[in-house]
Design a protein around this ligand. Structure first.
Ligand code: C5P
Length: 317
């Protein structure tokens, strides 16, 4: 249980509230869509129309990513409590490759050799950005990570941590690409917000029964659901929920691979902002990793070279 301001809060309650918040925002957005389609209708007509749109015969499809994301969340906690934060951040970048693998196999995308090379470079770059400088135990990036995770493990089991990261990476790719497949299915006419309502709705069950009740039930009964809550915890929950909704928007309008580029660049931007906000000192690792990430992004987004039609015609003659 992380320590915030000297008190402890239950991460399972934070995960549950994150889903409640996402559900509330998604219902609000889906309701406004429904009211656009049925102008002038009162709430008493809009709500039944929305519930009909949510509980369709294929809504069960969202129970799969809901379960997978909850499992991924749990594995991330297992990983951070058995590994130091920098090792976790570095190894978790393997999700860039698992996402590409699932995009190729489940969505029948084809990636050129150049795009695979850019993905490997992206993974290496974003890992190096977060490495502490050699011989610098007080490295700012490790301080950063320390700040991000107040529950630094004391003598965890590194093998358990690594196995948890590897499975979390596989699930990150699988859940993300599965969600993308459902959203982009040409036979489906459910909107993004209806899909988000379905996803958050099904996520409430594992978040409540597995997390709040099974994992922390006894302690919550003793200390209370909101034990250790302060504005920082609420802010983290809010960011987590809006971050999740932004992921859904990115996956809908772009794709999961683009999402991984965006999150890698956001890691760099937030570390750059830390130069002004905190005591972040730019390290050699940071500069090197940042250049590799920027080059990988340029390489991935530049068009694949097509065969030159004139040269092809000349060769044919
Ligand atoms: O690490 P990764 O990029 O796989 O994390 C994606 C995050 O986005 C997960 O925490 C997941 O809960 C969240 N998400 C969401 N709503 C979606 C899709 C993903 O909250 N529709």
């Amino acid at each position: 249980m992380p320590l915030v301001g000297g008190h402890r809060y239950f991460t399972s309650t934070a995960v549950f509230l994150n889903e409640v918040l996402k559900l509330a925002v998604s219902i609000g957005m889906a309701l406004s869509e429904t009211s656009e389609a049925m102008p002038g209708s009162p709430l008493t007509k809009l709500l039944p129309a929305l519930s009909k749109a949510v509980f369709t015969s294929d809504s069960w499809k969202l129970a799969i990513p809901a379960g997978l994301y909850t499992f991924q969340n749990t594995l991330q906690y297992v990983a951070v409590s058995n590994l130091d934060a920098a090792t976790f951040q570095v190894t978790y970048q393997l999700k860039i490759l698992t996402t590409a693998l699932f995009s190729v196999t489940m969505l029948n995308r084809s990636l050129s050799v150049k795009k695979w090379i850019s993905l490997v470079l992206l993974m290496a770059g974003v890992a190096v950005v977060q490495l502490p400088s050699p011989g610098d135990s007080s490295s700012t990036s490790s301080k950063q990570n320390h700040a991000r995770d107040a529950a630094e493990p004391q003598g965890g089991n590194a093998s358990i941590g690594l196995v948890a990261v590897i499975i979390a990476c596989a699930i990150s790719g699988l859940a993300g690409v599965y969600f993308e497949k459902v959203l982009k299915d040409s036979n489906s006419n459910s909107s993004l917000w209806v899909r988000n309502v379905q996803l958050s709705f099904y996520s409430l069950f594992p978040a409540f029964f597995v997390g709040v009740l099974f994992k922390d039930g006894a302690d919550i009964a003793r200390d209370g659901f909101f034990a250790g809550y302060n504005w920082v915890v609420w802010l983290a929950i809010t960011f987590q929920a809006f971050g999740g909704l932004v992921v859904a928007l990115v996956v809908n309008y772009a794709d999961n691979i683009a999402k991984n580029f965006a999150t890698s660049i956001s890691i760099i931007l937030s570390l750059l902002a830390s130069v002004w906000l905190f005591d972040f000192v730019i390290t050699v690792n940071f500069l090197l990793g940042m250049l590799v990430v920027l080059y990988a992004t340029y390489l991935y987004s530049s068009p694949d070279r097509k065969p030159d039609p004139i040269q092809t015609a000349v060769n044919r003659e």
